[in-house]
Ligand binder design. Sequence first.
Ligand code: FE2
Length: 391
Amino acid sequence: MLPNYYQFYCPVKILSGQLAVSNIPFEMNLLGCKRAMVVTDKGVVKAGLIDIVKSAFADSDVKIGRIFNEVPQDSSDRIANRIAKMFKTERCDCFIAVGGGSALDSAKGANIVLSADSGNILDFQGADKITSDLHPLIAIPTTAGTGSEVTKVAVIYNETTETKMSFVSDKLYPNLAVIDPRMTLTMPPMITAATGMDALTHAVEAYICLQKNPIDDIFAKTAIDLIRRHLVHATEDGKNMEARMAMANAALYAGIAFSNSMVGMVHALAHALGGVCHVPHGVANAVLLPWCLQYNIPKVPEYIAELSGLLGGAGAYLKPVEQAEETVLLIRNLLKKLNSVSGIPQKLRDAKVEKDQLSEAAQVAINDGALIYNPREVSYEDALGVYQTAF
Ligand SMILES: [Fe+2]
């Protein structure tokens, strides 16, 4: 059934293929750019991935003006200011962010600083505060999970107030997302599994949440199908180019889906576990996804049931609730397989969570904005109950 009203927007040009990075100089010309600033971290440099980017510029009339390789785990206002200053000094005219969410957020943050007369990033916090056009931004993800190459959000840590600031604006969409499987080949098994489960969570939550729409549904379903067929292979054998390519695409489709539909209680509960117990985002989602789906079955059994076929189920003649239960079981089985090839935790107790931290996490979770889009309301007791089941 079509919703009474919905919106869909994704202005990002996508290049996907085994040599996609090689086309960046050509695309820079199309964008009217001559000198790029590369924003990345030391791990990406060490893995040899910046060499792949550099080699694309070998015989090119456009250049890399500067490589900034000091992006920390969480992008901050101080780093954004530093990058913006270098960008000006080096007379760069576009950004190439290479890495996970933090590299991209740092480039987005620097871009916001450059657009502001005041140079004060704090003026643009919140939704739709950025009005001037930003410098072109090219995103090259080196993990297959966050989907941030196709989202309009930046999260920047404020070092003074020690809080995370969110920036949401259509101006923050990258101009170009470059999906090149060579850039994800070096990801270790545990990160491959965790980021892949993050992508699965994006797709599943986009498909069942209150703001779902028929265009996002297509992206979400395609992502789930790819993840079911390729995530275990990519985790088992990191050099499997076909599996890497499929997972990088799946993460992108899931990113498009959730950036329009939004997510739900899995992300709310995972954010809280990240804050209270420092559980990595993908690991928290992986462990919580089946239990949160189970919680949502009474409200949206049909939507959850519709995913079972994509996950390898054969329950087409089951009742919706039974088929939805099958979906939950199939996701638990996927996590079990991933655990056997990567060691990814299946329970919160194996992810260094202490039982006495659960009540604090539940308190944080019920105030998380992602819960607004969850199909079933979640109280403190409900959140605690799901944590205890997943413990
Ligand atoms: Fe996520």
